[in-house]
Design a protein around this ligand. Structure first.
Ligand code: HEM
Ligand code: NAG
Ligand code: NAG
Ligand code: NAG
Ligand code: NAG
Length: 327
């Protein structure tokens, strides 16, 4: 009897240990992957990043966007960071990446890590941790980032064009592109909320304002009064001016994005498109209410999912020494 009891307790403990491993094991990644090999890794990332964000809060938006771009092209493997060499045009040179800022921040974070634990922490994990801390530093939620990503060796400019949703995308295309990387319609609604921080260049909305269907028209999905305001700021052919995506609080991570979209004042057609599908529209409406927003919690969950897309683990890929170059 006693022996049986001991066995059943042992068995239960085994089951429990197994479940715990399973829960913390997200697609081959795990929480605290560097606990043994570089115990201060996450602290080093946080401190190096803080030096930049405390001087320029607007960097947070670009660094969040960088992780999104990385994950949508070839998975989260830091391919977005590889510099072009010779004939190879990399993702960095593709049109959507021309507006990415903060590559120098990633380099600084990586060199701080290399000083303490050379050759241990991947650039792909740096991107995931930097995105998490960037959001946190501008008032957003915190989430635990499973780590253990490895860096890819390939980066091709054209893939950025085909795999990143364009700002003029309609809801069908957006849903398809998110489904293509294993993200749900809810993830689309939630992650679009990343546009609560940051800016868009006038060039990206110029067609929307002046030539939506090629007949000199304005996107009917845009509130006409807001369109008039935007036209004052963004003259045709103006390429350097920028517009805030969440006007008035574009430097703070909050749920205002959904209020903006519900008022038909989302900056891109892709933001407005969230009103064209029952599920995404319901989500927008729900979050734009003043009380009981679940956005912070939802965003944390969807970011972990996005961070799992196509990751390289184990012996795949490499740990790049410098993020801009394969070893
Ligand atoms: C749903 C499809 C999406 C489209 C079509 C899209 C498109 C764009 C475009 C065109 C810009 C403006 C770039 C510029 O002109 O400087 C932008 C900026 C931005 N995007 Fe997205 N995006 C999408 C999803 C996401 C996701 C999933 C995230 C992160 C979770 C994100 C985060 C950002 C941020 C933070 C900025 C501001 C960047 C800055 O201020 O430098 N976007 N996006
Ligand atoms: C450069 O292009 C070749 C041919 O497409 C490819 O095999 C190689 O992996 C590319 N290098 C990088 C760094 O992407
Ligand atoms: C959405 O855009 C795609 C590609 O531009 C187009 O083929 C499709 O007809 C559009 N769908 C709707 C419902 O407008
Ligand atoms: C508007 O779009 C049409 C079709 O794409 C193009 O032929 C025309 O030149 C554009 N007009 C302007 C002012 O850009
Ligand atoms: C930030 C960044 O690396 N941007 C690059 C985008 O592509 C152009 C040329 O195609 C480069 O000059 C930029 O450095």
């Amino acid at each position: 009897m006693a022996i049986q009891k001991i066995f059943s307790v042992l068995f239960l403990q085994l089951v429990f240990a197994f479940l715990l491993v399973e829960l913390t094991n997200a697609g081959g990644l795990q929480l605290g992957f560097y606990q043994r090999t570089c115990p201060d890794a996450e602290l080093i990332v946080h401190q190096a990043l803080y030096r930049y964000i405390s001087r320029d809060r607007t960097l947070a938006a670009s660094l969040l966007r960088m992780h999104f771009h990385d994950c949508f092209i070839r998975g989260c493997d830091a391919s977005v960071l590889i510099s072009s060499a010779g004939k190879n045009q990399t993702e960095k040179d593709a049109i959507p990446n021309k507006t990415l800022r903060g590559f120098n921040v990633i380099d600084a974070v990586k060199s701080a890590l290399e000083k303490k634990c050379p050759g241990v922490v991947s650039c792909a994990d740096v991107l995931a941790l930097v995105a998490r801390d960037s959001v946190l530093m501008v008032g957003g939620p915190h989430w635990d980032v499973p780590t253990g990503r490895r860096d890819g060796r390939v980066s091709i400019a054209n893939e950025a064009l085909f795999n990143l949703p364009p700002p003029f995308a309609n809801i069908t295309v957006l849903k398809q592109q998110f489904a293509g990387v294993g993200l749900s319609v809810k993830d689309l609604a939630v992650l679009s909320g990343g546009h609560t921080i940051g800016i868009g260049h006038c060039t990206t909305i110029s067609d929307r304002l002046y030539n939506f269907t090629g007949k000199g028209d304005t996107d009917p999905a845009l509130d006409p009064r807001y369109a008039a305001q935007l036209k004052k700021k963004c003259k045709p052919g103006n390429s350097n001016t920028v517009a805030e995506m969440d006007p008035g609080s574009f430097k703070s991570f909050d749920e205002d994005y959904y209020t903006v979209v519900a008022k038909r004042r989302g900056l891109f057609h892709s933001d407005a498109a969230l009103l064209d599908d029952a599920e995404t529209r319901d989500y927008v409406k729900l979050q734009s209410r003043t009380q009981g927003s679940t956005f912070a919690q939802d965003f944390a969950e969807s970011m972990v999912k996005m961070g799992n897309i196509g990751v390289l683990t184990g012996k795949q890929g490499e740990i790049r020494k410098r993020c801009a170059f394969v070893n």
